[in-house]
Write a protein that binds this ligand. Structure first.
Ligand code: GTP
Ligand code: MG
Length: 196
C-alpha cells in the first residue's frame, strides 16, 4: 500500500473509558467485559475504503492512567487523527476532555482531524452525561480550536457507532491529506512562475 494512504490515529482519554474496547471492537469485532488496564500503548490495524480509496489506519490505543502520562509526546508524534474518549457514566471523564484536548494540541502543534466520543451509551440508565452536553462541548471545542470537531456516542459493547467513528475520522484525514497535496502543488507552481 502506498505510504500516503497510511494514517496514525491516537485514542486518548481517562482510564477505563473504553479506548481498548473501541479499538478491539473495530479491529476484531469483539467485546470483553473485563477491565485490563493498558500499559503504555497497544496497537490495532484497520483497513477501510473511503471515497473509493483504500486506507489503512494504525490505531494507537494509549494508556489513560495518570502514571503513563510521561509517554504522551511519543503517542502524539506523527499522528494524523485523534479520538478523544469519555465515559457517559463517569462525569469526571467528560469534564477532563478539555484537558485531553490541551495535551493533544500542545504536543502536536497543529490541528488534527479529531472526534469527541461519549462511550458506553448502552448504559443509558446510569449515565451521568446527557447526549446534548456532549454535543455542546464538541461545538464549543470546534469554536475554540477553529476546526470542525464532530461528536458521537458509541458503545463498544453493542457496536453502536463504532464503525461510523472510524469512517468519519478516516474521511477527515483523507481530506486533510488531499488539501496538503493541493497546497504543495500550488506552491510549486507559484515558485516556478516567480522564478521565470
Ligand atoms: P485504560 O487502558 O486504563 O486507559 O482503559 P480503557 O480506556 O482502555 O478502558 P477499557 O477498554 O479497558 O474498558 C474499561 C471497562 O469498561 C472494561 O470493563 C470494559 O469491558 C468496559 N467497557 C468498555 N466499553 C464499554 C461499553 O461501550 N459499554 C459497556 N457497558 N462497558 C464498556
Ligand atoms: Mg486500554
Amino acid at each position: 500500500m502506498a505510504k500516503q494512504n497510511l494514517f496514525k490515529v491516537v485514542v486518548i482519554g481517562d482510564g477505563a473509558v473504553g479506548k481498548t474496547s473501541i479499538t478491539v471492537r473495530i479491529c476484531h469485532g469483539q467485546f470483553d467485559g473485563e477491565y485490563l488496564m493498558t500499559i503504555g500503548v497497544e496497537f490495532g490495524m484497520k483497513m477501510c475504503t473511503i471515497k473509493g480509496q483504500k486506507i489503512k489506519m494504525q490505531i494507537w490505543d494509549t494508556a489513560g492512567q495518570e502514571r503513563f502520562r510521561f509517554l504522551q509526546p511519543a503517542y502524539y508524534s506523527g499522528a494524523h487523527g485523534a479520538l478523544v474518549v469519555y465515559d457517559v457514566t463517569r462525569r469526571q471523564s467528560f469534564e477532563r476532555i478539555p484537558i485531553w484536548m490541551g495535551y493533544l494540541t500542545g504536543n502536536v502543534g497543529t490541528s488534527l482531524p479529531t472526534i469527541i466520543i461519549g462511550n458506553k451509551c448502552d448504559l443509558d440508565d446510569i449515565r451521568s452525561v446527557d447526549t446534548d452536553e456532549g454535543e455542546h462541548l464538541a461545538k464549543h471545542l470546534s469554536k475554540h480550536y477553529r476546526q470542525d470537531i464532530p461528536f458521537f456516542e458509541t458503545s463498544a459493547k453493542t457496536n453502536q457507532n463504532v464503525e461510523e467513528v472510524f469512517l468519519r475520522v478516516g474521511s477527515m484525514m483523507l481530506d486533510e491529506r488531499l488539501f496538503e497535496v493541493e497546497k504543495a502543488v500550488e506552491w510549486k507552481e507559484r515558485a516556478k512562475n516567480d522564478w521565470w
